[in-house]
Design a protein around this ligand. Sequence first.
Ligand code: HEC
Ligand code: HEC
Length: 282
Amino acid sequence: MRTAFAIAAFLAALIDSAFAQTPNELLIRRGDYLVNAVMSCNGCHTPRGPKGPDMSKMLSGGMTFDEPEFKVTASNITPDPDTGIGKWSDDDLRKLLRTGIRPNGEAVAAIMPTAFYVALTERDLDAIVAYLRSIPAVKNETPAPEYRIKQPRPPAPLVKAAMTEADQIDPVKHGRYLATIAHCLECHTPRDNGKINLKRIGAGGVEFKGPFGKSTSANITKNKDLGIGTWSDDDIRRAITQGIAKNGEPLKPPMNFTGYARMTPQDLSALVAFVKTLPARK
Ligand code: HEC
Ligand code: HEC
């Protein structure tokens, strides 16, 4: 009897140690989920090969945006000390993500969606930083930014302040948090003189150009004719995770379907529940 207990205890300990994770490992895992499944940092920060982002050089610098107000390249955010963010402190990174201000006091272009990251919980902010520290360092010099004006930081739709876990017990509020940090409403809200039009949240109509040609973001409000007011939860979930519209047609890039497909079923349900609350807009 005693031996049986001893063996059981030994096995339990063995299983425990195989699955045990230190708090930092758990944080890194959460960061991996946020960066890759929810927030699509790779879409901008990873170099593109012929088949999309080249993950062997992940987050080592990516797209260049050439606009009248700035010409910037998504930075190398790997731990390389010379060309990446290896010399930044955790607080430097947290500050950049929450405020868009670099350690040298310079404001980054708003194409880096930090106005949305204001909503990040303390723990998620720590998780992203822990994850960025854990990825392979890649040496890749990206061109210095050129700013033609001091970079403004227009407010993001539906974002006020950092959220807490307690704020997200209600699934719709949790969905709103996910949609915010995934910056869905940045792509899905039309602009007025370059500024996100807060009166038409979710109305779509933003144009994207890329190797795929051209695409225009959809109206994802309750509007029954122009939006997704007649779509079922499953229709919406399929569009987000598989890139298939209600009528079965494939959706064009740049939405991160493969990332979103990794989201947990609970998170996806919350996201869909939130999207369905967006008031009808034209
Ligand atoms: C829509 C594209 C886009 C997305 C999505 C995006 N970024 Fe950025 N990011 C940029 C661009 C462009 C810059 C450079 C801006 C500039 O130079 O003014 C930048 C700058 C940064 C910087 C400053 C680095 C430096 O050396 O100055 C950090 C850190 C960063 N991004 C982290 C992230 C993380 C982490 C994510 C995901 C949670 C993310 N970004 C998502 C486009 C993006
Ligand atoms: C980088 C820009 C971008 C981001 C971020 C983005 N989308 Fe999209 N989305 C698009 C574009 C463009 C289309 C239309 C593609 C097409 O018509 O081929 C689209 C289509 C859709 C559709 C299909 C609607 C229809 O009528 O066809 C839904 C639903 C949707 N997005 C929801 C979301 C949600 C929810 C998020 C955040 C988790 C999100 N999108 C993030 C660009 C984006």
